[in-house]
Design a protein. Structure first.
Ligand code: GRG
Length: 294
């Protein structure tokens, strides 16, 4: 399997269909529509949709059924980035190699564009053609992961930790398990649910997601120190600038990379319950997470 080609093709597929899931352009308030479209189409690895589709495939499901779920996940992820970049939060001007939504439009429009994306994601889920039982399971899974005991809580804790030097490793892990890990985990788990995975299979996907989510955040911290801005598409060095305690603070760059590798090895070993051929994409995606330069 050629992972580069796999990621490229899956990303191209998602890029192509994302805006099909937007409603018709309204006659007024076009600025909101433009901001939503801009935020969604300006780039991104599409990792969460790719994980969702791969989660569906590994349990032997029909990938077509995972598509609206994959789209909803990318909408939620995009909303989180749009809000995270706002001056009242991370105050970032560059995202995915382009001006952040608030910078390109204005702050109020960026807030509304984020709100619109979050709501649209749940409309897409509610309106998709999955059977009602699976649909509710997926909505509940994603709602919990994105919501007040998931990503939003992680974001709040992250803001509260900013500038504090006494953040413990336990607190840091809590922050990232929620802020970054929850939606990554929900992506692969919801794919497994849609694909009709058994309870044991879903449990493996959940543990896999948590481990790769942890590794993903560690590498995000590493890239903020040693990354190439032109490759990662956002400003580097912002953690130090904002006085943030990160995994690099605790482990150093090499130690942090080692931690991420250990997590990924464990995640890959969990996939042993699946057929060798079927598990390859999720194995390779896990490895990509630690090897990535963007
Ligand atoms: C505002 C509710 C709310 C939440 C924001 C996810 C998040 C929470 C903030 C993003 C800040 C950040 C840099 C987190 C580190 C990990 C992360 C989620 C990076 C961005 O995800 P990628 O690398 O981005 O998948 P692309 O652009 O490729 O989609």
């Amino acid at each position: 399997m050629d992972l580069k080609m796999y990621l490229k093709e899956r990303k191209a597929f998602i890029d192509e269909i994302l805006t099909d899931y937007l409603p018709e352009e309204p006659p007024f308030g076009k600025r909101l529509y433009e901001a939503v479209k801009y935020s969604l189409t300006v780039g991104g690895k599409r990792l969460r949709p790719i994980l969702c589709m791969a989660g569906c495939e590994i349990v032997g499901g029909d990938i077509e059924k995972a598509v609206p779920v994959a789209v909803a996940l990318e909408m939620i992820h995009t909303y989180s980035l749009v809000h995270d970049d706002l001056p009242v939060m991370d105050n970032d001007t560059l995202r995915r190699g382009h001006p952040t939504t608030w910078k390109k439009f204005d702050e109020a429009t960026a807030i509304l564009a984020g709100d619109a994306l979050l709501n649209r994601a749940f409309e897409v889920l509610a309106d998709c053609s999955l059977n009602s039982e699976l649909k509710l399971k997926v909505i509940s899974e994603i709602g919990k992961a994105a919501g007040m005991l998931g990503m939003v809580l992680g974001q709040q804790c992250d803001m509260e930790a900013e500038g504090r030097k006494d953040v413990s490793l336990e607190e840091l892990e809590f922050i990232h398990r929620h802020k970054t890990g929850a939606l990554i985990t929900a992506s692969v788990v919801s794919g497994g649910i849609v694909g009709g995975g058994s309870e044991d299979e879903i449990e493996v996907l959940r543990n896999y997601g948590q481990l790769i989510g942890y590794a993903f955040q560690i590498i995000d911290d590493v890239l903020d120190v040693i990354g190439d801005q032109s490759k990662i598409g956002k400003n580097v060095g912002s953690d130090v600038e904002k006085g943030k305690v990160t995994f690099v603070t605790f482990y150093g760059v090499e130690g942090a990379k080692k931690k991420a590798e250990e997590a990924v090895n464990k995640a890959v070993s969990l996939l042993g319950i699946f057929d060798e051929e079927k598990r390859e994409p999720l194995e390779r995606i896990a490895r990509f997470i630690v090897e990535r330069e963007y």
